[in-house]
Design a protein around this ligand. Structure first.
Ligand SMILES: Cc1cc2nc3c(=O)[nH]c(=O)nc-3n(C[C@H](O)[C@H](O)[C@H](O)COP(=O)(O)OP(=O)(O)OC[C@H]3O[C@@H](n4cnc5c(N)ncnc54)[C@H](O)[C@@H]3O)c2cc1C
Length: 411
């Protein structure tokens, strides 16, 4: 029976252990925490119920009762067939799965630790903001956009006046028509959404305003939503753009016998290269677990993602135009707002018309138009406009692809 060591007992590590058990391998999880943290999906619940326990993460409950685990032990280095812990212990195995997750990038603005300012980097800080927001009449949320939207939604339900200042988007920036739909839905709930970066928090005894883009923006309380970056595991293999362990589509790192999944991994053969696997921890954990036990599973090169906020469902497959542009890729983007509450954006290669990124925003309650064939990585504007089965023929995607064809003649 092969022996697999899994570093990290979160979403990816648990999925890997479950898969090892199915494959008949002997898996052991090592985690640095004595007790698991409340699931991240429940953290925004603490804004409306600071005393609550948060809800369980949706999805099937993973059962890894048979798997041995060592808690309260931090792994500081990984080599072929072994992992070294900070207390000097050495763990040996036939293969290793790194599932150490992501961490928050410390924000750089000055004064963020003033009273009345909350850097949302733990469940405890969400609870503190939840308690403080009861007496704040105006809250400014700044930082990462996708999680910021969810925080803004929860706080606005309580009747607080909320502004959201977005400095970055993870995993991808919405195209202009998609952002327009989201901004209008936010406005309808009394939330103003702007792009900007806070340079400094000002106030005598507590946060009273921020300086952003040379302007003073008053606020009763400030919530900063930091970006997430991979946890780095020394010696585990070559590292990607964000410091995560680079893996191929079988989740293999460059060191033989070492696999990585979830937030600590970056996919080499993806579009764009080095995309983080944070949002697909369960799927990639499962694949890494299977492969560490001897299987040969390959994940798709295209990453997908979905967020429900303000009664809208915002789905994406593949990269956004801004990220591709920053990597020097020769691409074009096309997008349109089709209705008050729906829009679509496509990113395609200028020379070939191959669609490498697609996103749709639509009412959350409606049947999903689905990203369908656009998520395959091999679709073109032409195939989406005329030949792609599997999604509705009134799909915003095929209409947007048709629109793209009119401005591009290379297909
Ligand atoms: C606030 C927040 C909001 C998020 N929102 C979303 C969202 O809306 N949608 C989405 O798709 N994803 C979201 N994520 C990302 C989320 O982290 C991933 O989807 C998923 O939970 C990552 O799973 P993981 O197994 O890679 O990491 P985790 O579940 O974080 O597990 C990593 C585990 O590894 C352990 N560990 C770390 N380093 C070591 C070490 N050196 N030695 C031993 N153990 C170690 C940690 O203690 C932890 O238990 C969010 C994350 C956070 C924190």
């Amino acid at each position: 029976m092969s022996r697999v060591l899994i570093v990290g007992g979160g979403t990816a590590g648990t999925a890997a252990a479950e898969e090892c058990a199915m494959q008949g391998a002997d898996a052991m999880i090592i985690d640095r925490l004595e007790e698991p943290e409340p699931p991240w999906a429940s953290w925004p619940d603490f804004l409306s119920s600071p005393e609550g326990q948060g809800r369980a993460v949706s999805g099937p409950v993973t059962r890894v009762d048979a798997c041995a685990s060592v808690r309260g032990t931090e792994i500081i280095a990984v080599r072929k067939g072994e992992a070294v812990a900070s207390n000097g212990s050495l763990f040996r195995a036939d293969s290793l799965v790194l599932a150490a997750g992501s961490r928050f990038e410390p924000p750089v603005a000055q004064g963020l630790r003033k009273p009345g300012s909350f850097v949302l980097d733990s469940a405890a800080r969400y609870k503190e903001l939840g308690s403080a927001s009861a007496s704040a009449d105006r809250i400014l949320i700044c930082g990462e956009g996708a999680r910021g939207l969810q925080v803004a939604e929860r706080l606005s339900v309580r009747g607080t006046k909320v502004s959201l200042m977005v400095s970055c988007w993870q995993p991808a920036k919405p195209s202009p028509p998609v952002l327009e739909v989201i901004s209008d839905a936010a406005r309808a709930r009394g939330i103003s959404l702007v792009t900007g970066r806070v340079h400094r928090v000002v106030g005598l005894a507590r946060a009273e305003a921020v300086i952003a883009g040379g302007e003073v923006v008053p606020c009763g309380a400030l919530a900063f939503v930091p970006r997430r970056i991979p946890v780095t595991v020394p010696l585990a293999g070559l590292l990607g753009r964000s410091g995560g362990v680079m893996v191929d589509r079988c989740l293999r790192a460059s060191v033989p016998g070492v696999f990585a999944a979830g937030g600590c991994a970056e996919l080499d053969g993806s579009l764009p290269p080095g995309v983080a696997l944070d949002g697909e921890a369960r799927l990639t954990g499962r694949a890494a677990g299977a492969n560490s036990a001897g299987a040969n599973v390959r994940i798709s090169a295209v990453r997908s993602w979905c967020l429900t906020v303000f009664g809208l469902r915002w789905s994406r497959a593949g990269p956004d135009a801004t990220t591709c542009g920053s990597l020097g890729m020769d691409l074009r983007a096309i997008g349109r707002r089709w209705h008050e509450d729906s829009a679509c954006g496509l990113v395609y290669e200028r020379n070939t018309g191959r669609v490498i990124g697609a996103e749709v925003v639509e009412p959350a309650g409606s049947p999903s138009a689905g990203l369908g064939c656009s998520a395959s990585g091999s679709a073109t504007l032409k195939s989406l406009a005329y030949g792609c089965t599997g999604s509705s023929d009134i799909s915003a995607i095929s209409d947007t692809a048709r629109l793209g064809l009119t401005s591009w003649s290379g297909c």
